[in-house]
Write a protein that binds this ligand. Structure first.
Ligand SMILES: C[S@@+](CC[C@H](N)C(=O)[O-])C[C@H]1O[C@@H](n2cnc3c(N)ncnc32)[C@H](O)[C@@H]1O
Length: 246
């Protein structure tokens, strides 16, 4: 595969990655090394030009470097694990609210058949659509600018649900109703007291409840001095997983 005009390209050095779009006036300059349109167009993915490795961006690169963020997002380290715990596959119909900047939805839509997504604030509804359209993502997402509590959904409709709102408790009963028996539920909460409050509400209507935190530590990639990087994202949120019981 080769790079063409209008493609997104990931330019990598030993230290950093840069996500850019290839336009006629494309020019990337770092420490006196410059690459221009003619240096990247028709190059094969993975080629090295002037010591930059040219790659097709992954979904992680797109979310972390390409999405405009105006809300806290679910980081790929959490969203891919959530997708795994929700047992997403192309036969499954999933519920998600709130959508925020659209980061977690972008991951779920790759793995689920359909995602029915609700975002209460128009600003974030527009932002998530813009992020997805920019990278041609989320064509199987049915997004509505609506409070999930106002959505008309038949009972036992979804195979899985992910809830990322400040307080999931007021919507828990409705989430339970729209999930199929035995279906999977997940939520991310930033503080332990929120998790405790949610657990109390879930006790009698969900089973197989788990609370998980994912610590993600990057290493300095030096074979002679292999050691962790000095700083890390120490906390994103606690993940709560469960299955609907009847
Ligand atoms: C933290 S953001 C979600 C971030 C998103 N998961 C991502 O990865 O980009 C929380 C969002 O929930 C929305 N929200 C809160 N209550 C809601 C509700 N009842 N229905 C739909 N959206 C809601 C907020 O407007 C906000 O945009």
């Amino acid at each position: 595969m080769t790079f063409k005009e209008d493609d997104y390209i990931l330019i990598t050095t030993d230290e950093r990655k840069y996500l850019k779009r290839i336009t006629k006036d494309f020019s990337f300059n770092l420490k006196d090394r410059v690459i221009k349109y003619e240096d990247v167009v028709n190059r094969r993915h993975g080629e090295v030009v002037k010591s930059f490795c040219l790659l097709k961006p992954s979904i992680e690169d797109i979310i972390l470097l390409g999405f405009q963020r105006k809300t806290q997002i679910i980081y790929p380290k959490d969203s891919f694990y959530i997708a795994y715990k929700l047992d997403l596959s192309k036969e499954k119909r999933m519920l998600e609210f709130g959508v925020g900047s659209g980061a977690s939805t972008a991951v779920f839509s790759l793995l689920a058949g359909e995602v029915w997504a609700y975002e209460i604030r128009e600003e974030f509804f527009n932002l998530s659509k813009k992020n997805w359209e920019k990278f041609g993502l989320c064509q199987n997402v049915k997004l509505e600018n609506l409070d999930f509590l106002q959505a008309q959904i038949e009972e036992e409709f979804f195979d899985a649900a992910f809830v990322d709102v400040k307080d999931p408790i007021p919507s828990l009963e409705k989430v339970w109703k729209v999930l199929k028996p035995g279906a999977s539920f997940a939520s991310l909460l930033p503080t332990m007291n929120q998790v405790s409050a949610l657990l109390r509400e879930m006790e009698h209507i969900f089973c197989s409840i788990e609370v998980v935190e994912i610590l993600h530590r990057h290493y300095k990639v030096n074979p002679e001095r292999l050691r962790p990087q000095d700083t890390m994202v120490a906390h994103t949120g606690y993940l709560v997983f469960a299955r609907k019981r009847i």
